[in-house]
Design a protein around this ligand. Structure first.
Ligand SMILES: NC(=O)c1ccc[n+]([C@@H]2O[C@H](COP(=O)([O-])OP(=O)(O)OC[C@H]3O[C@@H](n4cnc5c(N)ncnc54)[C@H](OP(=O)(O)O)[C@@H]3O)[C@@H](O)[C@H]2O)c1
Length: 324
């Protein structure tokens, strides 16, 4: 089968399309024919050799890609929930061999039925970013109906899902993005959309129950400002787990009697099923802003590295699948 491999860490040029053996599923795994793979910033972070949180877990050679949509072709002996022919999506094997490949063997517990009304291309953009948003908002942020949430980086992959999930659960949503994306945030359902470059967000926003840091800005001084926007007892959640809170952030949290938490994505099947339901109910949309063939994976990485992707980038691996 064809797969993108990296044999050495480095720039986009280390991504090589190769012929490799098709994986064999273990007892608790399914073998998926991958029709499309999402592209996430962590893909190129791994390609470059990882960060402090990841480096120790990476081994070469490696097939990146941790967002897959496709069809089950084989199930392991202990798998009960899936059958060959099922259309599925999920988050396979992070940070091991992933979905930039024609086939991928992965734990069945990290997959769910594909939303009925999404193409495979759209579905491949959901799991990693969607589950990160879900983990942050509901797993760590304990966001409930009627509460106020500030979502930083609301036009990106994680932030775009976070806006829609928070609205679907009945929260009041304030999102930040750059000027050209404010109308997009309103289309996603944000009650307020603020430009983080030209507006004094920390003066305009007060008394939020939860701040979700879903922007790529890794800056503890900015976190101190964000904590000041919380109500006493509020929760600051960052998905940027590779940057620990410094003393200044911890002091700001204590002054505000607030909690701060770093939220690594949890690929839980029950959460992915809830996301599927929201999508099929028409409460959550998926914007794929650009699609690349697998052979053009380097261009997809370059685009992701701009940090200004609206919605999601996706690689098509079986381009005829969505026409079937
Ligand atoms: N915890 C986890 O497991 C996990 C999982 C996935 C992602 N992440 C992290 O979550 C963050 C977002 O990931 P993503 O996939 O959503 O990225 P993305 O799709 O590239 O989106 C990033 C968004 O951030 C905004 N942005 C860029 N620079 C900014 C800045 N200096 N200040 C504020 N906002 C800025 C951009 O908005 P505009 O274009 O409107 O400026 C863009 O839409 C990344 O830091 C990523 O590493 C963590």
């Amino acid at each position: 089968m064809k797969a993108v491999r990296i044999h050495t860490f480095g720039g986009p040029e280390v991504l090589q399309l190769e012929d490799v053996a098709r994986p064999v599923p273990a007892a608790d795994e399914i073998l998926i024919q991958v029709y499309a793979s999402g592209v996430n910033p962590v893909d190129w972070v791994v390609r470059e050799g990882g960060n402090d949180a990841l480096r120790a877990y990476l081994t070469l050679p490696l097939t990146p890609g941790w967002d897959a949509a496709g069809v089950v072709v084989e199930v392991g002996s202990e798998v009960t929930g899936f059958r060959p022919g099922d259309a599925v999506y999920g988050e396979p094997n992070f940070p091991g061999d992933g979905s930039y490949a024609e086939y991928c063997a992965a734990k069945a517990s990290q997959f769910a039925p594909k939303p009925q009304y999404l193409s495979f291309t759209e579905a491949a953009g959901v799991p990693l970013a969607g589950l990160t948003a879900w983990t942050g908002l509901f797993g760590h942020g304990q966001l409930r109906a009627g509460q106020r949430v500030l979502i930083q980086g609301a036009s990106g992959g994680v932030g775009g899902f976070a806006v829609q999930f928070a609205k679907a659960k009945g929260a009041y949503v304030i999102g930040t993005a750059s000027a050209g994306n404010l109308e997009y945030l309103r289309q996603l359902g944000a009650d307020e959309a603020l430009d983080y470059r030209s507006q004094p967000v920390e003066e305009l926003v007060r008394d939020v129950d939860v701040v979700l840091e879903a922007s790529p800005a890794r800056d503890n001084a900015a976190r101190v400002q964000a904590v000041r926007m919380l109500k006493p007892g509020g929760i600051f959640v960052s998905v940027n787990v590779d940057l620990p809170f410094d003393e200044a952030v911890l002091a700001a949290l204590a002054r505000q009697r607030a909690t701060g938490t770093l939220a690594p994505n949890q690929p839980r099947q029950e959460w992915l099923r809830e996301i599927t339901q929201l999508i099929d109910a028409g409460q959550v949309n998926v914007l794929v802003s650009q699609v690349f063939p697998l052979a053009e994976v380097a261009a997809a990485h370059r685009e992701s590295q701009t940090w200004h992707v609206r919605g999601k980038l996706v690689l098509t691996i079986h381009p005829d699948a969505d026409q079937a």
